[in-house]
Design a protein around this ligand. Structure first.
Ligand code: MLT
Length: 262
């Protein structure tokens, strides 16, 4: 589906009825990341998965901050007449979810942080963002996808689960160079969300992957420990894209959470 948001095209998928659940993909991915959850959670909720600016079918809008994406999510919610939603994101989607809470807490019924962290980039990580942007500009999306692929999955899935490897690769191919470069800048300059944890006053679910090579389980533990009443689900045999590798467990954890949030 498509909507015009602030004069720009936003692509999104929607399934089901009930409590609105807005899912935000990570980098360098698209809304296709959430296909298993759209299928499996439609019985529990009105599930919406959007393409961030410059990814999948959404327009590219030049330089971005986490605020640019949080505003995009809010504007799409306005367009779809959604007042309050459970808002959740994976990895970069989680960084955006923190920003969404800071800007629009009145639009939040609950929060989901999957395979993400509260802290900012280290100096080394910041330099890495600039190198990746250079690689994207010179060699394109495929070079970024090739560099990311082994890190996105658990070693077991990367070596033995051809289906999930091809799916992850295919999703990354839906990114654009402009979208990638903008997201890298936004992640490089994102604020520290650690001080935000103590202010979160909404039901919060944190999901991690025991075999996440990009964002280790300890980061999920920090978020869950820092949020009052934060609930942690650490999925076995799951890497960074835990919702793809362990789709059923992930969707069940979110489905149980939604029942509590109501
Ligand atoms: C993501 O999966 O969204 C990114 O890899 C997160 C990051 O690079 O910090």
């Amino acid at each position: 589906m498509e909507a015009m948001v602030e004069g720009q095209l936003v692509a999104y998928d929607e399934a089901g009825e009930g409590t609105p659940l807005v899912l935000i993909h990570g980098y360098p991915l698209t809304r296709r990341l959430w296909e298993p959850q759209l299928r499996e959670l439609a019985a529990h909720a009105r599930v919406i998965a959007l393409d961030l600016w410059g990814f999948g079918g959404s327009a590219a809008v030049g330089e971005a901050t986490m605020g640019t994406y949080a505003d995009q999510v809010r504007a799409l919610m306005d367009e779809l007449s959604i007042g309050r939603a459970v808002v959740g994101g994976l990895s970069m989607g989680g960084y955006i979810t923190f920003e969404f809470f800071r800007r629009y807490s009145n639009r939040v019924a609950g929060l989901i942080f999957a395979n993400t962290k509260a802290g900012p980039d280290s100096a080394e990580a910041r330099a890495g963002r600039d190198q990746s942007a250079e690689l994207a500009r010179e060699k394109g999306v495929d070079a970024i996808a090739a560099a990311m692929l082994p890190k996105l999955l658990s070693p077991g899935a990367y070596a033995g689960n051809r289906g999930v490897v091809l799916t992850a690769e295919g999703i990354m191919r839906g990114s654009t160079v402009e979208g990638i470069v903008a997201a890298l800048g936004a992640m490089r300059d994102r604020p520290d969300s650690t001080p935000t944890l103590q202010w979160i006053d909404r039901p919060t679910l944190v999901i991690g992957g025991k075999d996440d090579q990009l964002i280790p389980p300890a980061e999920s533990e920090k978020i869950a420990g820092g949020v009052r009443g934060g609930r942690l689900e650490m999925l076995p045999d799951a890497g960074h894209l835990s919702n793809l590798e362990q789709a059923d467990l992930f969707s069940r954890a979110v489905g149980d959470f939604l029942k509590k949030v109501g």
